[in-house]
Write a protein of this length. Structure first.
Length: 215
């Protein structure tokens, strides 16, 4: 973890924590960091699929152009749904939302928007993404980075477990989405950090889409 030195007080507190041997004092320093920089949020992590293959086949400039198109597509959708982009890093997007329903709606909208955009490009320029979503305590440091178990789980689902065009969300986050939101999911089991846990694959495509994809 590399934290840019934009907040001298934060840097000093972290250093004091590492040098403090008293458990009680350490706890107070930790609590102070969480009180100032932490909040309960929905972590949203998007990852573009096929980096290695596309880069080998077409070159890094080709893929960088796809990344830029992805950024221009997803950022306004995230903002319009009440989310906040924390950072774009390589071919990833890290964002937070106040609650899981908004994150799930955003993910569905992004997938549909990318599918529509792909109709206007040649196959070698088609973009596909996987998205992971979780809810929990998150530290947002320097306004451009985010940490916490919810972030780790969302990263794992978006970057490693999710396949192209998939949206994965933890069961805990899915359970927070009200029924009237009409967001449906398929219950699955995933392994994150060596622990098996329940999650959902959000269903957003029509039966026609799925049938055509399988043909």
């Amino acid at each position: 973890m590399h934290i840019q030195p934009k907040d001298p007080l934060l840097q000093e507190t972290l250093l004091n924590y590492s040098q403090e041997s008293d458990a009680g004092k350490r706890k107070k320093l930790e609590d102070a960091i969480w009180q100032k920089h932490g909040s309960k949020n929905t972590a949203f992590v998007l990852d573009m699929s096929g980096f290695s293959l596309l880069t080998r086949k077409y070159g890094i400039v080709h893929y960088l152009s796809m990344i830029r198109r992805m950024q221009l597509t997803v950022e306004p959708i995230i903002t319009n749904h009440g989310g906040r982009v924390i950072k774009f890093e390589a071919d990833n997007c890290f964002a937070v939302f106040p609650e899981p329903a908004a994150a799930a709606r955003t993910a569905i909208t992004i997938q549909h928007a990318i599918t529509a955009a792909n109709l206007l490009t040649s196959e070698d320029m088609d973009i596909h993404v996987a998205i992971g979503i979780d809810y929990g305590k998150i530290l947002i440091l320097n306004e451009d980075d985010m940490y916490g178990d919810a972030v780790n789980r969302a990263c794992k689902m978006g970057e490693d477990l999710g396949k192209a065009d998939e949206i994965l969300i933890t069961k805990e986050a899915m359970d927070m989405i009200p029924e009237e939101a009409q967001i449906q999911g398929k219950l699955i089991e995933v392994s994150i950090g060596g622990l098996n846990m329940l999650a959902y694959q959000i269903v957003y495509r029509t039966d026609v889409d799925v049938v055509e994809e399988q043909q």
